[in-house]
Ligand binder design. Structure first.
Ligand code: FES
Length: 124
C-alpha cells in the first residue's frame, strides 16, 4: 500500500489543513467532508479515529453516497453503501465483495489544540 496515495487525488489538501473541530469528529459511525473538492471520510473504527479518501475503489463513488450507516456496530467493518464492498475499518484493506484486491487510501490526521488536521503529527 502506498501511504501517500491520497496526495495524488485532485485537490489533495496540504498538511495542516483543518478538517473540523475535534468536538465535531465522530465518536460512532462515520462523517464525510468536502475539503475544497477533496472527499474525506472520518471513521470511528474499533481502534480509534481513521481518515480515508471518500472514494470507493470499485467505482470511485463516495462510500456513504446512499447511506451514512456504513460502519458495523463493533467498528470493525466499513461497507460501501453503493454495492456493498467490505473494508477493514481500521486499516482500509478490502476484505469482501468488490473490495477484494484493493483498499481505501488512508489519510494521516493529527490533533492540534482543538482542531483535527490533515497530516501526521510530524507534519503539523
Ligand atoms: S462504489 Fe463502492 S462497492 Fe461499488
Amino acid at each position: 500500500m502506498n501511504a501517500d496515495a491520497w496526495k495524488t487525488f485532485p485537490n489533495a489538501p496540504l498538511p495542516g489543513t483543518r478538517i473540523c473541530a475535534t468536538a465535531d469528529a465522530p465518536t460512532t459511525g462515520v462523517k464525510s467532508f468536502d475539503i475544497d473538492g477533496f472527499p474525506l471520510i472520518l471513521v470511528a473504527s474499533a481502534e480509534g479515529l481513521r481518515a480515508y479518501v471518500n472514494a470507493c475503489p470499485h467505482q470511485f463513488l463516495p462510500l456513504d453516497w446512499r447511506s451514512s450507516a456504513i460502519l458495523s456496530g463493533d467498528g470493525d467493518l466499513l461497507r460501501c453503501s453503493n454495492h456493498d464492498a467490505g473494508f477493514d475499518a481500521c486499516t482500509g484493506a478490502g476484505i469482501d465483495g468488490f473490495a477484494q484486491g484493493c483498499a481505501l487510501d488512508p489519510v494521516p490526521i493529527s490533533v492540534h489544540e482543538d482542531a483535527l488536521l490533515i497530516g501526521g503529527p510530524s507534519e503539523n
